[in-house]
Structures are given as structure tokens and as C-alpha cells.
Design a protein around this ligand. Structure first.
Ligand SMILES: Nc1nc2c(c(=O)[nH]1)N[C@H]1C(S)=C(S)[C@@H](COP(=O)(O)OP(=O)(O)OC[C@H]3O[C@@H](n4cnc5c(=O)[nH]c(N)nc54)[C@H](O)[C@@H]3O)O[C@H]1N2
Ligand SMILES: Nc1nc2c(c(=O)[nH]1)N[C@H]1C(S)=C(S)[C@@H](COP(=O)(O)OP(=O)(O)OC[C@H]3O[C@@H](n4cnc5c(=O)[nH]c(N)nc54)[C@H](O)[C@@H]3O)O[C@H]1N2
Ligand code: SF4
Ligand SMILES: [Mo]
Length: 688
């Protein structure tokens, strides 16, 4: 028997834990701790523990598929490439859109970006960050000049106060949750505000439940209290921030007095005052947030409000402080860094900047040029254009995304995909989205390839190959290179290894400039920005100055606005949606993992005990949930752990898909949908 251990990085969340894959006779069969990573020190959560289980699932795609007369038939790679090339050559650049993937490596995101802008010459490229932290990228860039998590994971343990708002850290970033526990053991006060009494909330010294969609009111209230009590960091505010007077006028207005915000949010005035005191008087205070803040029509406003609070209390550029926007997918940070966004090339270099455009055009050397220096469409806008302006977009290339379960208002998403003349899906499983494709390309998963991914704390770490791909499946970067070659651009895609691609990225990207595989190939890896080969990397951003050209932080006065859809007589409850510990998004991987799937076999809707009583609904009973967009039948989970008037559904399960109900209303700047608040009614199912 041949047994080996291959150290790699977890393919699930943005925490970026490391573990060893156990490889027996050439096949991945298990995981083992790898203790030298400073991020997780050998510990992993259940998804990490069972990250080998989906790898050799019998459902893995092993051959290209081409749809003929409505049915998939197996094809050779050459047949698939010929068809793709013939079709894509027949469309104008603006008729093509690409979705890249937060699941794949930096190298693969970079190449899809190059394929889109260089080969297809389209400006329409985006990925699931749009559904996730688009508000963070826009909001934190406006506040600090850089859209990334400001501090490091290890730094959270140093904090004297940890304020968690809109993150269920213990289920969604468990090994960051461990840092909260370490901070608590070091004497920190923990505050959690969440509509649900989550496992994270259970760790709190102060927990308050509140209505989804009232975050700005709550954050303004805390700031108002801090200013009225003189707890603001006067030096930070005077030396490093712009816009204090305007912010002060807004947050100290009567609207945001604790007694008034109690009525808006449902948090007791006394709790708001206590939270303000703890945050305002702590030696350092870290704010952690995730989707509870970003997935709103006011997502950017919410993000800017968290930045306002942290600047006001001098917690930017400080150890144990920061705005810690916890990025979700393993490589969503990297996919953004690689320019899989409609407005930037790598490292946030703007598409509309002529000098940047020329830099990439020159470096890539496409004889017939690249896409125009114009911004493209966001994922959500692409889908709206498909339904509202038929014929404008005709073809789509989707790598490693499953919008047929993850997009808001699935009826709309399905209608949108049906408008396409030609759809290519490159995935490891035949997902709900792949079912709609004309060509499906079988890709390899993390265990079958080399590459880098960038975690939420901007740490760039490596994947290492542990086994060969199943059947004829190919590595994503190789597929992209071969599609480019079939389109006539082999010279621009000459790669033999992921490392060669990484070197091209480093050459074109200032924040990755000092990185190479040799430097990354060590347990601690490197945090960007890392501008030169002797630079140690940057775990904490904005020390001494922010990233705006003048070095200043910008405070934004923001008024609270309710969600796009609020409860009324017909739809009297607020529905919020999210995740659970055991499953990952659309379930393509975790529902094919025997242990995880056994633990949580299907979805549910959380209903407050009093609401359930009024509705005559019993625990575990199948109920019907309806919004203005759709209806699903789903088992009820009757619980005191959710605020009365609010209901919650995880979105992992196709048979009771939360996104049949959600609202496709968008934040005007970030174009992120309002996954965290819509109006629903819930009824008993009475047999006909
Ligand atoms: N197990 C697991 N882990 C994951 C993922 C997964 O699918 N499964 N996905 C990853 C990804 S991509 C992401 S983006 C992260 C997301 O990580 P989180 O954002 O932590 O996860 P969610 O469950 O979407 O939402 C977090 C919390 O927001 C609360 N919430 C709901 N509405 C509101 C509101 O209006 N305001 C506030 N303040 N809070 C509200 C919910 O009750 C929930 O507890 O998780 C990552 N980690
Ligand atoms: N209601 C509701 N909806 C939501 C959210 C919510 O909170 N509520 N959250 C949103 C958020 S934050 C996110 S990030 C999105 C996530 O939305 P998606 O990104 O669409 O969801 P995933 O299930 O992670 O899809 C990733 C796909 O990549 C494939 N894959 C995995 N590894 C590889 C690989 O190496 N190569 C290739 N080619 N494919 C691979 C998987 O099989 C899967 O089909 O969902 C969003 N949708
Ligand atoms: S915390 Fe995230 S990165 Fe760590 S093992 Fe769990 S899913 Fe993987
Ligand atoms: Mo996400």
C-alpha cells in the first residue's frame, strides 16, 4: 500500500485553514491535521475534516458533454472546443458574458479574466462576490481607499472588545470563531447583534436580537452615544479622518437616540448604551461582519457605517481593532484581486484608466487588441439585461458557479438563462446551472491541482496536487488555455504550469509583485500588499495612514433606510436567509459528502415560537412559505432563537430553495441583492 500526506489549503471558506490530504494508492481518502499553519494550528471545522469526501464522488464529471436535441451526450474535448470556438467567434464582444469563480485558484481566475477581455474581448466579467461582499469592496474603498479586511485573523485574539454584527462566525468561519474565544479568554468583552440567537451569539457577554435591515440605525445610535459621552478617539478623528462634523450631526440627531432606535430595531435602549460604552471605552475594539451587513439594498451604507464606527473610536490601523469583513468563499478575495470584476484588472487597477488598459494590452500582446476600456455588467445586471432586454447578451461562459440556486428570485434567474443562445458551464458536478448548458466541461477540484488562493486576511496560500483528476477531467487553467487556443490565441496562453501563470500575475499586479511560489511555499505564506521580493507582507492595513491618495479616512454621514420590501398585511413576516455549519451554498459538494449530508439532510424555516402558535404550526411540520416571487414547501423549525416577526431559511437545498422567495432588489452602487430581508407569509399546508 502506498500512503502519502499532501499539505494543502481548505477549499471551503475564506479563513484559509491548512490540512493534509491522506492519499492511499493514488486516491484521496481522508484528511489529517497539519499543525504548522498559524491560521488554524492543526484544528479544522467539520467541512475541513470531511473535505475529501466529495472528491471521488461517483457524480464527478469525467467527460465533456454536448446537448443534442435537449439531451446531453458525451463528447471528446476536441468536439467541445470546436463547438465553443465556432459559437463564440460568431458573437460580438458585447454579446458575451463570463462568470468566474471564487472556488478556483488565483491563476485560474486570472486566466478567465484574460480569456474574457483578451480573447472574447468582452467587458462583461464578474463572479459571486457580487452576491456577497460587493458592498464591502465599494464601501471600504470609499472609507479607507482599499476594499479588504483591515486586520488579520490572529490579531482578533488580541482585541479587548469584539463586536460581531451580521456574522455567524462560529458556523461560517469556525476557525475565526476560535480567535473570538481566545480574545474572550484574554479578557475581551464580546458583543453579538443578530436577529437569531446563533452559536456565535451564545458566546457573547452581550447579545441582542433585532429586525433584519435596521443596521444603520443601530450603528448610528452607538456612534451617537459614544460622541455624547466623549468616548470618541479625538486624536484619530482630528488627524486621520475627514467628514467628522457631518457624521456627528447625523448620528447625534434625535432619530438615533437609544429610545428611538429601540423602536426601529427591537434592541433595548439599555443594551444599545452598554454596547456603546464597551466599544467606546475599550483599549481596542474589533468589528467583525459578513453577510448580515452586506446583503441589503443599503449594503454599501451598512459597510460605511461600520467603518465610521471604527474610525470614530480610533480602531483603524490599530492592533486588536479593524473592520474585519469576513470574506466567504475560499478564494473570493483572490477572484476580486485577479480582476474577475467588471471594473478592474488585477490588483484593482481600473479598466477605464487608459494607462492601465495599455499596460495589459501591451503585456498580453493580442494582435487584434483587447476589450474596450469600459466597465462591464455585474452578475445581477447581466441577469436583468437577459430578461429585460432580450437579444443584448447572447452567450455566457460560467466557471464554478451555480446561479440556478444561488441567485435571488430563481424564477427570474431561470428565465434569464433560458434567453441565452449558447451557455458553457465548466464545473466538477452537473449542477442545476450546468443542466441548462449547451456544453459542459469537466474540471478538476482543489485536490487535483496546484495553485494559490487568497484568504479573507489577504494571505496567499497554496493548493498542492494530491491525486489525478477523474476520467478525462482537466485542470481549469488548462481548459481555459485550450479554449483560447481553439479561438486562435495559443501564443497568448503558452502555460505549462500554474507557477508560470502566477509569475505573470505578480509582474502585472503591484500588491502581488514581491510574491513567487518559493516565498509562498511555507506555512505562514504572505499577506498582500507585498510590493517587493524582500517585503515581509502586510497583515494589518492602514497603519499611520489610509490607502486614499491623501492618506485620510473618510467618514460618511448616513441615514437609515428600510429594506426594499417590508412586511404588510399580506406578507407579514421578514424572511432572512443564510447558511448552516454543515453545508456549503448550493450543496454541490457538501450534499455529496456522506458525513455532512447525513448530519443535515434537508432545509427548514425557523419560526419564532409565538409566531408558530399564532399560525397553528408545530415543530417539524411541513409548511408553505410564499413571497411575491414564489412558494416553497419546507419543514418548520419552531424556536425561541429567532426574533418574533423574523423567519430564517438556509439556501443550500434545491428541494426547498430559499431563493424561490428572495427579492432581486439591488444596492444602487454595489448591485448586491437583498438576500437578508424580504416579506413572506407562512401557512399550514391543508390537504386538498
Ligand atoms: N458552513 C458554511 N460556512 C460558510 C458558507 C457556507 O455556505 N456554509 N459560506 C461562506 C460564504 S461565501 C460567506 S459570504 C460567509 C457568510 O457568513 P455569514 O455572513 O456569517 O453567514 P450568513 O448565514 O449568511 O449570515 C450571517 C448572520 O447574519 C444574520 N442576519 C440576518 N439578517 C441580518 C440583518 O439584517 N442584519 C444583521 N446584522 N444580521 C443579519 C443571520 O441571522 C446570520 O446569523 O460564510 C462562508 N462560510
Ligand atoms: N438566499 C441567499 N442566497 C445567497 C446567499 C445568501 O446568504 N442567501 N449568499 C450568496 C453568497 S455570499 C455567495 S458567495 C453565493 C455563492 O454562490 P455560488 O458560487 O453559485 O455557489 P457554490 O455552491 O459555491 O458554487 C460553486 C460551484 O463551483 C463548483 N466548483 C467547486 N470547485 C471547483 C473547481 O475547482 N473548478 C470548477 N470549475 N468548479 C468548481 C461547485 O461544484 C459549484 O457548482 O451565494 C449567494 N446566494
Ligand atoms: S474554518 Fe473554513 S477554512 Fe477552516 S476548515 Fe472550516 S471551512 Fe475550512
Ligand atoms: Mo459569499
Amino acid at each position: 500500500m502506498d500512503l502519502k500526506y499532501v499539505q494543502t489549503t481548505c477549499p471551503y471558506c475564506g479563513t484559509g485553514c491548512s490540512f493534509n490530504l491522506v492519499v492511499k494508492d493514488g486516491k484521496v481518502v481522508g484528511t489529517q491535521p497539519y499543525k504548522r499553519s498559524p491560521v488554524n494550528e492543526g484544528k479544522v471545522c467539520p467541512k475541513g475534516t470531511y473535505a475529501h469526501e466529495f472528491v471521488n464522488s461517483p457524480d464527478r464529471l469525467t467527460k465533456p458533454l454536448i446537448k443534442k436535441d435537449g439531451k446531453f451526450v458525451e463528447a471528446t474535448w476536441d468536439e467541445a472546443y470546436d463547438l465553443i470556438a465556432q459559437k463564440f467567434k460568431s458573437y460580438k464582444p458585447d454579446e458575451i458574458a463570463c462568470l468566474s469563480s471564487a472556488r478556483v485558484s488565483n491563476e485560474e481566475n486570472y486566466l478567465l479574466m484574460k480569456l474574457a477581455r483578451g480573447v472574447f474581448k468582452t467587458r462583461h466579467i464578474d463572479h459571486c462576490a457580487r452576491l456577497c461582499h460587493a458592498s464591502t469592496v465599494a464601501g471600504l474603498a470609499a472609507s479607507f481607499g482599499s476594499g479588504a479586511m483591515t486586520n488579520s485573523i490572529l490579531d482578533i485574539a488580541e482585541s479587548k472588545c469584539v463586536f460581531v454584527i451580521g456574522s455567524n462566525t462560529f458556523e461560517q468561519h469556525p476557525l475565526i470563531g476560535r480567535k473570538i474565544v481566545q480574545a474572550k479568554l484574554n479578557g475581551a468583552k464580546i458583543i453579538v447583534f443578530d436577529p437569531r440567537y446563533t452559536p456565535t451569539a451564545k458566546q457573547a457577554d452581550l447579545y441582542a436580537s433585532f429586525y433584519s435591515g435596521t443596521d444603520v440605525a443601530v450603528l448610528n445610535c452607538l456612534m451617537g452615544e459614544i460622541i455624547r459621552n466623549g468616548w470618541e478617539d479625538k486624536e484619530w478623528v482630528s488627524k486621520r479622518a475627514k467628514g467628522y462634523e457631518e457624521l456627528k450631526a447625523t448620528v447625534t440627531s434625535d432619530t438615533y437616540l437609544p429610545e428611538n432606535v429601540e423602536k426601529i430595531s427591537g434592541i433595548a435602549a439599555a443594551d444599545l448604551k452598554t454596547a456603546a460604552e464597551w466599544i467606546g471605552t475599550a483599549e481596542s475594539s474589533a468589528l467583525l461582519y459578513s453577510m448580515g451587513i452586506t446583503q441589503h439594498t443599503v449594503g454599501v451604507d451598512n459597510v460605511k457605517s461600520t467603518a465610521n464606527l471604527q474610525m470614530l473610536t480610533g480602531n483603524i490601523g490599530r492592533r486588536g481593532g479593524g473592520v474585519n469583513a469576513l470574506r466567504g468563499q475560499n478564494n473570493v478575495q483572490g477572484a476580486c484581486d485577479m480582476g474577475a470584476l467588471p471594473v478592474v484588472f488585477t490588483g484593482y487597477q481600473k479598466v477605464i484608466d487608459e494607462a492601465v488598459h495599455k499596460k495589459f494590452a501591451d503585456a498580453w500582446g493580442f494582435p487584434d487588441g483587447i476589450c474596450e476600456p469600459k466597465n462591464g455588467y455585474e452578475v445581477t445586471v447581466m441577469f436583468n439585461v437577459l430578461t429585460d432586454n432580450p437579444g443584448e447578451l447572447k452567450a455566457m461562459y460560467i466557471m464554478g458557479e451555480n446561479p440556478m440556486l444561488s441567485d435571488p428570485d430563481l424564477t427570474h434567474a431561470e428565465h434569464a438563462l433560458e434567453q441565452l443562445e449558447f451557455l458553457v458551464v465548466q464545473d466538477i458536478f452537473l449542477t442545476e446551472t450546468a443542466q441548462h448548458a449547451d456544453v459542459v466541461l469537466p474540471a478538476t477540484c482543489y485536490a487535483e491541482k496546484e495553485g494559490t488562493q487568497t484568504s479573507t486576511e489577504r494571505r496567499v496560500q497554496m493548493w498542492r496536487k494530491a491525486q489525478d483528476p477523474p476520467g478525462e477531467a482537466k485542470v481549469d487553467w488548462q481548459i481555459i488555455s485550450e479554449v483560447a487556443a481553439a479561438m486562435g490565441y495559443a501564443d497568448q496562453f503558452p502555460y505549462q504550469s500554474a507557477e508560470e501563470i502566477f509569475n505573470e500575475i505578480a509582474a502585472l499586479t503591484p500588491s502581488y509583485h514581491g510574491m513567487n511560489y518559493e516565498r509562498l511555499n511555507r506555512p505562514e505564506a504572505l499577506h498582500w500588499p507585498c510590493p517587493t521580493e524582500d517585503h515581509p507582507g502586510t497583515p494589518i492595513l492602514h497603519i499611520g495612514k489610509c490607502s486614499h491618495p491623501d492618506g485620510m479616512g473618510v467618514m460618511h454621514p448616513i441615514e437609515w433606510k428600510p429594506p426594499a420590501e417590508v412586511p404588510d398585511d399580506e406578507y407579514p413576516y421578514i424572511l432572512t436567509t443564510g447558511r448552516c455549519l454543515w453545508h456549503w451554498h448550493t450543496g454541490s459538494m457538501t450534499r455529496r459528502s456522506a458525513t455532512l449530508d447525513t448530519e443535515v439532510p434537508t432545509g427548514w424555516i425557523e419560526i419564532n415560537t409565538e409566531d408558530a402558535k399564532e399560525l397553528g404550526i408545530a415543530n417539524k411540520e411541513m409548511v408553505r412559505a410564499t413571497s411575491r416571487r414564489g412558494t416553497v414547501d419546507v419543514p418548520a423549525k419552531v424556536t425561541d432563537e429567532i426574533k418574533k416577526g423574523v423567519m430564517f431559511m438556509p439556501f443550500h437545498f434545491a428541494e426547498c430553495a430559499a431563493n424561490r422567495l428572495t427579492n432581486n432588489a439591488l444596492d444602487p452602487i454595489a448591485k448586491i441583492p437583498e438576500f437578508k430581508a424580504c416579506a413572506v407569509k407562512v401557512e399550514k399546508i391543508t390537504e386538498a
